[in-house]
Structure formats: structure tokens, C-alpha cells
Ligand binder design. Structure first.
Ligand SMILES: Cc1cc2nc3c(=O)[nH]c(=O)nc-3n(C[C@H](O)[C@H](O)[C@H](O)COP(=O)(O)OP(=O)(O)OC[C@H]3O[C@@H](n4cnc5c(N)ncnc54)[C@H](O)[C@@H]3O)c2cc1C
Length: 233
């Protein structure tokens, strides 16, 4: 598949050690993809070409795309991406991935994200919002600290507008004044799903959480086709 050069338009911190990036691909007029998919970024580090996948954090918009990523300490690529300045270029491979809606709306979905695992869900959600929120969605979003609730205002505004969108942030290290959910996403899964089995669950984040949630869903009798997941590690 053909690679392209992507040029950074802007990047800004949205949480401690997490940045939101906006790129454009000057040689393309548009870069089509399905919300939930990722692009691969390619760079030379220490004399070797390395490739890393990043979920697209917003739906297609002409030749632009957005990413949300955290700086992995001593990581090969992510610290380098944090150093990019507007105008800098990086090689990308075209969008790919099977982390996409398996059933059309109005099929109900539950999204389970931790950390930057929120990225593909933002893409899916912004697409749904642009279409009047055609499916019921529960977004269960776990982070340690309140400051790490990326895109919180957007999700809260959407939840206020659409009763069929439930936004459930949960903090594993809440401040004392926090009155919302606490603990890991796993703790809130029973309430999010109840005795419903006629919905699909999408899970994105690090392997330990993803495997745990998958195990819970299988124990509750979910079919493997109803469990869609993306592991970042
Ligand atoms: C399909 C897919 C989509 C992805 N989308 C995103 C995304 O939208 N945003 C994002 O931040 N990352 C995402 N990742 C992870 C990303 O590809 C890289 O693994 C990550 O940026 C680390 O790369 P690195 O070269 O800096 O670190 P490396 O030198 O490769 O070191 C890897 C180490 O970092 C750990 N690691 C991997 N991802 C993370 C993470 N997100 N947070 C903390 N530790 C991590 C691994 O367990 C491993 O120990 C995605 C991965 C996949 C497979």
C-alpha cells in the first residue's frame, strides 16, 4: 500500500502526557476511512525504520486526520511525535483496521475505554453525533486522575443533548470531592449491561483491561461476534 507524507498542523496537550494531533496529507484531497480504524506512522529511529499504529480520533475530514496519544516513557516513537512542530512531516500508511461497527444503527453499543483507548470512540461518536445519534451508546471511560479525562467536555455536552448517549467516566484515583464513579471500568460493566444480551460491546485500551472485560462478557454468555476489541500493547 502506498505511503504518504503527513504534515503536522497543530498539537496540544489535552491531559498530562497526552496530546491531540491534527495532521494533513497535502498530496491527497481526501483520506477516507471508517470511524474506529487506525493509521500507521513510520519513522527512522536509531537507524531502523519503525512503524506504530494510532487510532484515528476524529471522523474523516477532507485530507486531515486527528490522533490522541500519550508519551510512553523511553518509547521509540511516541516521544519523537511529541517533539514534532507544525510543518514537520512524517510518513503514514493508509488507514486500516477491523475495529469498526459490526452492525448498523440502531443496534445498541457499549464502549469500554481506558486512557488513550478513547481515541477510536471519539471518532465513532463524532460520526454518530453528525448523524443525529442514530444508536444508543454507553461510553464507559476509565482513567486514573480527573485531569486525564480527555474530551470530557465534548462527551458531557453530547450526553446533555442526547438521552440515548450515556457518558460514564470512572476514576481509579479520584480526588476527595469527586462524586462520580470510581474504580476500574470492570466494576461498572454489570450496571452498563444489566441483563441485556442484544447489544455489542467495543473495548479499546491496554491488553490487561481488554482481556479482563472480554472474559467477563464471555462468562455472561456474550457471543464472540458481539465483542469487538483493539489492544494497544
Ligand atoms: C491498532 C492500534 C492502535 C493504537 N492506537 C493508539 C492511540 O490512539 N494512542 C496511543 O497513545 N497509542 C496507540 N497505540 C499504541 C502505539 O501503537 C504504540 O505502541 C505506543 O505509542 C508506544 O510506542 P513507542 O514506540 O513510543 O513505544 P515502544 O518503544 O514501542 O515501547 C512499547 C511499550 O509501550 C507500551 N505501550 C504501548 N501503547 C501504550 C500506551 N498507549 N500507553 C502506555 N504504554 C503503552 C507497551 O506495552 C510497551 O511496553 C495503538 C496500538 C495499536 C496496535
Amino acid at each position: 500500500m502506498k505511503s504518504h507524507q503527513a504534515r503536522l498542523i497543530e498539537s496540544f496537550e489535552i491531559a498530562p502526557e497526552v496530546k491531540h494531533f491534527v495532521f494533513e496529507v497535502p498530496e491527497l484531497e481526501s483520506m477516507p476511512f471508517t470511524p474506529g480504524q487506525f493509521v500507521s506512522l513510520v519513522a527512522e529511529r536509531n537507524g531502523k525504520k519503525i512503524t506504530r499504529a494510532y487510532s484515528l480520533a476524529a471522523p474523516p475530514r477532507a485530507n486531515r486526520f486527528e490522533l490522541c496519544l500519550n508519551r510512553v516513557e523511553n518509547g521509540l516513537l511516541s516521544p519523537h511525535l511529541f517533539e514534532l512542530r507544525p510543518g514537520d512531516e512524517i510518513e503514514i500508511k493508509p488507514p486500516l483496521g477491523a475495529f469498526v461497527w459490526k452492525q448498523p444503527a440502531p443496534r445498541e453499543v457499549v464502549y469500554v475505554a481506558t486512557g488513550t483507548g478513547i481515541a477510536p470512540f471519539r471518532s465513532m461518536l463524532l460520526e454518530d453525533l453528525a448523524n443525529g445519534m442514530p444508536r444508543p451508546v454507553t461510553l464507559l471511560f476509565g482513567v486514573r486522575y480527573e485531569a486525564s479525562l480527555m474530551y470530557r467536555k465534548e462527551f458531557e455536552a453530547a450526553a446533555a443533548q442526547y438521552p440515548q448517549f450515556r457518558f460514564w467516566p470512572t476514576l481509579s484515583r479520584p480526588p476527595e470531592r469527586w462524586t462520580g464513579r470510581t474504580g476500574h471500568v470492570q466494576k461498572h460493566l454489570p450496571e452498563a449491561i444489566g441483563d441485556r444480551r442484544d447489544l455489542d460491546v467495543y473495548i479499546c485500551g491496554m491488553k490487561a483491561m481488554v482481556d479482563d472485560v472480554r472474559r467477563m462478557l464471555k462468562d455472561w454468555g456474550f457471543d464472540r461476534k458481539q465483542i469487538v476489541y483493539e489492544k494497544y500493547d
